[in-house]
Design a protein around this ligand. Structure first.
Ligand SMILES: Nc1nc2c(ncn2[C@@H]2O[C@H](COP(=O)(O)OP(=O)(O)OP(=O)(O)O)[C@@H](O)[C@H]2O)c(=O)[nH]1
Ligand SMILES: [Mg+2]
Length: 436
């Protein structure tokens, strides 16, 4: 995918807009400015107003042109950017004019960022952070993406990699001089100490209840309880729209119904489920089975009851559920019962419930300050590294020990992209869209 071609694409969103940005990267970038404006490249890194024309001299737009000579550019190559009015005819006109020039072609998805990576502008975790920032819907997602783009994960992983390389040095010196008068035991001991320390840090980093991955995907919250407690009504109230069917009949909901919420910046997926009860009816029984599975999967369970249905024991593996008494407009919770009083009908108590939910998510996923594993790709590499270090500190010696440490170093290298494996890169950049 990476080549000598000069690539171009619409970098801003598709559809009519005030402004559209078209980005060009590669050796021919300065020529594209010449071809479209009929003039020399403007001063670097300044916006300059120019008339843009196609090859036949037809005016396409009056817009701003920016010139970023490499390596001081996003990709590290020569880059030109055209800020034009964001109508489809203007954008198509400019893209068409660029496409008719020699040595240019439309960029593949993620190709600009891939070139930035290949040219050493960012490591692989920073490139992933950039993809996350483009996809971020909530403040927690934005914070995590920006921190990762800024090198928070790379810093941690490079630090460990450096330590392992140092340990490998001790092991290899021990190997080279094993016949001579070098205290091999001491060298070995030094190495194992370093390996053990890094191993402990990686284990702690992995033990994060998947916080970083859940920030990307959304924390799951399951609403469970007996039929007719008002679970679907509560979901609709939280979503602010009629997502789930509500009826006076018990056993209305069967499928899992999901709604994405932004809860104080946290991305949360709230799931409505079938009312829990013994039933002979096979479709409803399947619904109950799915409800129990969802309760197991969710990080937080909201157990809903009401005076006419009572509050059930919350199923699922999650920690202590958030207990909720619904329909307080009819009747408050029974004396001695615990739980937040709400009314899905009037909205009473909803703010308190949302506050408790946010609090539960924040406290159950621990330390929000340190950078977290944000992708399965990272988790796999770190687990591979951990397993190799387990073998290494578990009594390995000589060449076998060196081999385990080299493997562990390789795992961390793959993480930040020091090992330039095409398969790794294809996977990472496949999730970008065109123009990024
Ligand atoms: N008065 C009052 N009625 C409510 C409230 N919430 C729900 N209801 C009523 O209770 C009945 C059941 O509501 P649903 O939201 O369908 O209950 P559910 O728990 O989803 O029921 P299943 O899907 O059958 O498990 C409906 O008639 C709702 O209008 C409330 O806060 N106050
Ligand atoms: Mg329901």
């Amino acid at each position: 995918m990476v080549g000598d071609d000069t690539i171009y694409a619409l970098a801003s969103g598709v559809g009519p807009a005030g402004v559209a940005v078209i980005r060009v990267s590669g050796a021919a970038a300065s020529r594209t400015i010449g071809a479209l404006t009929g003039r020399e490249v403007p001063a670097p890194r300044c916006l300059t107003l120019r008339v843009l024309r196609d090859g036949a001299g037809e005016v396409l737009d009056r817009g701003m042109v920016a010139w970023f000579p490499g390596p001081e550019s996003f990709t590290g190559e020569d880059v030109a950017e055209f800020q034009v009015h964001g109508g489809s005819s203007v954008v198509d006109g400019v893209l068409g004019a660029l496409g008719r020039l020699a040595d240019t072609r439309l960029a593949e998805p993620g190709e600009f960022t891939r070139r930035a990576f290949v040219n050493g502008k960012m490591d692989l975790t920073a490139a992933e952070g950039l993809a996350d920032l483009v996809a971020a819907r909530t403040a927690a997602q934005r914070r995590q993406a920006l921190s990762q783009m800024g090198g928070s994960l790379a810093g941690v992983y490079e630090g460990w990699r450096g330590e392992l390389v140092r340990a490998l040095g001790w092991v290899e010196v021990g190997l080279d001089f094993s016949d001579e008068d070098v205290p091999e035991n001491e060298l070995h001991q030094q190495a194992v100490e370093i390996l053990g320390a890094v191993r402990a840090q990686i284990a702690r980093h992995l033990d994060d209840r998947r916080r970083g991955e859940l920030v990307r995907e959304g924390f799951r919250v399951a609403i469970v309880g007996p039929p007719n407690a008002g679970k679907s009504s509560l979901l609709n109230r939280m979503a602010g729209r009629e997502v789930a069917i509500v009826s006076t009949r018990a056993g209305t909901t069967r499928d899992i119904i999901e709604v994405q919420l932004d809860l104080g910046g946290l991305p949360v997926t709230v799931c409505d489920t079938a009312g829990l009860r013994e039933t002979e009816e096979d479709v409803e029984a399947e619904g109950v089975r799915r409800a129990l599975k969802e309760a197991d999967r969710a990080g937080v369970v909201v157990a809903v009851g009401s005076a006419d249905t009572a509050l059930p024991e919350a199923p699922g593996r999650a920690a202590e559920p958030i207990r909720v008494w619904n329909k307080v407009d009819l009747q408050g919770r029974p004396a001695g019962a615990e739980g937040i009083e709400v009314s899905a009908m009037t909205g009473a108590g909803l703010d308190q419930l949302l506050g408790a939910l946010e609090q539960a998510v924040r406290s159950r996923y621990g330390d929000w300050e340190s950078p977290a594993v944000s992708r399965a790709r990272h988790r796999e590499a770190l687990e591979g590294c951990l397993a190799a270090l387990d073998r290494a500190v578990g009594g390995g010696s000589g060449e076998l020990l060196a081999e385990d440490v080299r493997f562990a170093v390789g795992c961390l290298g793959k993480l930040v992209g020091r090992v330039d494996l095409d398969s790794v890169l294809d996977g990472v950049f496949a999730e970008f869209c065109i123009g990024k």
